[in-house]
Design a protein around this ligand. Structure first.
Ligand code: ZN
Ligand code: ZN
Length: 618
């Protein structure tokens, strides 16, 4: 056109620029720059249409500085210009700036249209900015902007992610028909608050569910510690012939990790491979974590070794896995290897390493790593790191050093450090210091059920029953109840769950008969119940009965009853296992010739021939 000597005017340029913006992948930017030069030459540079279109080309090409410069130079900015720049910031993930720019726009007297309103609501959703979100809502109401389903969904999504579920639900109730975006937001919102029943009832009412909605519900279950439900739903989704994506897989893998069920873990791994996700970094990292939590370090290692590309998360997951299984020195070896490959450790890596040291009693190495973290790797220690160190020192009976460390912290100690110290006091029966730690902990978090339980354990151990009663009364008064102990065992791919004292299993009679037989056999070799962890002052018989029916013992009796003779028995427990159960299972591994893997709240115990991998150090 220019070669034909047709003159370019301020009407043709914006059109040309808009076309360029759509073609940024095939030379659009170059054309845009040429047009920009031409505009300057021809004196159209400050034409608002030309400027808006120019900003649009640069924005589409991701040229942040250029777009912003053109925009700043504009003397007159209309709603279209604002839309371009706001959308640009939003798409670039700069949500706070988007909201700030929107404020500028309002003060310049330009009224937003529906598209801008949805963009800003979405930005508020990302940043959790309820104040601006609410202000926009009242603006909509005041200025009679019609609330179509698009705006309504944006409002619902914003309220959901700002945890204002009541308002969100009100808007959702008035929505007819309910669309998928809004329904998914509601499911997400309720799941995040742990209100799974409401989330599920919304989910159930949607007839045509898409992958995003299914995934929202599945990840909701996975994150609210309802892994069985997550897996069940995943199976239902597969039955609908929907293909899972990366996010779905990550949720399901995390559910398997939570469950600690190795057969299920292997199944999902096969499924990941057959769907072509075996080279995805985040999936492989999740698989390492899953196998470690399902008790198979060797499978975790296989995944780790096969990975072509590893990042700091891959290394950290593997090290944490070693730590969980009491293989502290292997974690340290891996750390050396990682350093040699040039991958920089981060704060999480050191949490894993210090945790590994603490669970293997590697005091000197722990001290050395803590120093290296600060001085060599320039990582500021956080509560988690101090907590691990206090734990490490406390377990090694270096309580004085632990207290000195707490005193040296640059910030006031929180529940992590006091909790670790309290745990140490329980292990060593230190009543005075335990009381102090518990007091501090409860000042910070009066509803900390763990603190009450640990404190009463300390009193019970010292036979101070009046004090145990006092703590129990305190707990009752505050309506705090100890989480009930429960254990899972997987037999032929099926999970069986047992609560403490459980008699609900169809084979309950046989199980309890078996349990009593086991006690007899163990007692013949010198076992006697350790009732120190019973929190009530009962008669001796009753206290013995109380520990006998701990869920992991019931699960073990069931395992011995139904599993293939000689096979490894794997049990997962939701709480920390007590001393009595630990020696019970340890002895059972020898008497019944079984390898038993027990995962409790904090770590793994591998029992074999009357020994445990934790060396009674947990
Ligand atoms: Zn127990
Ligand atoms: Zn152990």
């Amino acid at each position: 056109m220019r070669r034909a000597d047709v003159s370019v005017d301020c009407f043709i340029l914006p059109t040309l620029l808009r076309v360029s913006a759509k073609a940024v992948d095939c030379g659009g930017i170059a054309v845009g720059r040429e047009a920009h030069g031409l505009a300057i030459k021809l004196g159209f540079e400050s034409d608002p249409f030309v400027q808006t279109a120019l900003a649009g080309v640069y924005a589409a090409g991701g040229l942040f500085e250029d777009a912003r410069m053109v925009f700043e130079r504009m003397l007159y900015r209309d709603v279209v210009a604002w839309k371009v720049i706001l959308d640009f910031y939003y798409q670039a993930g700069k949500y706070n700036e988007t909201v700030k720019l929107f404020e500028d726009m309002k003060s310049s007297g330009v009224s937003p249209d529906n598209v801008i309103i949805s963009t800003i609501l979405a930005a508020c959703r990302h940043t959790g900015n309820l104040t601006i979100g609410k202000a926009i809502h009242s603006y909509i109401v005041k200025s009679n902007v019609s609330i179509d389903n698009h705006i309504r969904s944006a409002l619902i999504a914003m309220y959901c992610s700002c945890h204002s579920l009541k308002t969100a639900y009100k808007l959702y109730k008035e929505m007819h028909p309910k669309n998928l975006v809004a329904s998914t937001a509601m499911v997400f919102g309720y799941s995040k608050m742990g209100k799974m029943e409401i989330a599920r009832s919304i989910f159930n009412k949607i007839l045509h569910k898409d992958l995003v909605l299914w995934t929202a519900m599945i990840s909701g279950y996975a994150e609210s510690e309802q892994p069985s439900e997550a897996l069940e739903l995943f199976n239902q989704m597969l039955a609908m012939e929907l293909r899972p994506d990366k996010i779905t897989f990550l949720s399901v893998i995390s559910a398997c990790a939570h469950l600690g069920a190795l057969d299920k873990a292997k199944w999902i791994h096969l499924f990941v491979d057959s769907n072509g996700f075996s080279d995805v970094l985040s999936i492989n990292n999740a698989l390492i974590d899953m196998y470690a939590k399902c008790g198979s370090l060797s499978m975790a290692q296989t995944v780790f070794d096969k990975m072509q590309v590893k990042n700091v998360i891959s290394w950290t997951s593997m090290m944490t896995g070693f730590g969980m299984h009491g293989e502290g020195s292997r974690a340290l070896e891996l750390f050396e290897e990682m350093n040699a490959t040039g991958v920089e450790p981060n704060a999480v890596t050191f949490v894993g390493l210090l945790y590994a040291c603490s669970h293997s009693g590697l005091v000197d190495e722990g001290r050395r790593l803590f120093k290296a973290m600060v001085h060599v790797h320039k990582i500021e220690p956080k509560h988690e790191h101090y907590g691990c160190m206090v734990d490490l020192l406390g377990r090694a009976k270096l309580v004085q050093e632990a207290i000195e460390l707490i005193d040296s912290m640059p910030f006031p100690p929180n529940v992590v450090e006091w909790g670790s110290l309290l745990g140490a006091c329980q292990n060593h029966g230190d009543v005075g210091l335990g009381e102090l730690a518990a007091k501090r902990l409860l000042e910070l978090d009066p509803d900390h059920d763990g603190a009450y339980v640990l404190l009463s354990n300390i009193y019970a151990k010292a036979n101070q029953w009046e004090k145990v009663d006092e703590v129990r009364k305190l707990m009752k008064g505050r309506d705090i109840s100890k989480e009930r102990g429960r254990s899972w065992i997987e037999i032929d791919g099926e999970l069986h769950e047992f609560l403490v004292g459980d008699e609900s299993h169809p084979k309950s009679n046989e199980i309890h008969k078996k349990l009593h037989e086991m006690v007899k056999e163990l007692e013949a070799t010198g076992y006697s119940p350790d009732v120190g962890s019973v929190l009530v002052n009962l008669e001796e018989d009753e206290r013995r009965a109380a520990v006998l029916f701990h869920s992991e013992k019931i699960a073990l009796a069931f395992g011995l009853l139904v599993s293939t003779p000689g096979s490894c028995i794997r049990i997962t427990k939701n709480l920390r296992t007590c001393k009595d159960c630990h020696s019970f299972v340890m002895l059972a591994s020898r008497i019944f010739g079984r390898e038993i893997v027990l995962r409790d709240r904090t770590r793994f115990h591998h029992f074999k021939d009357g020994h445990c991998s934790c060396n009674n150090f947990w």
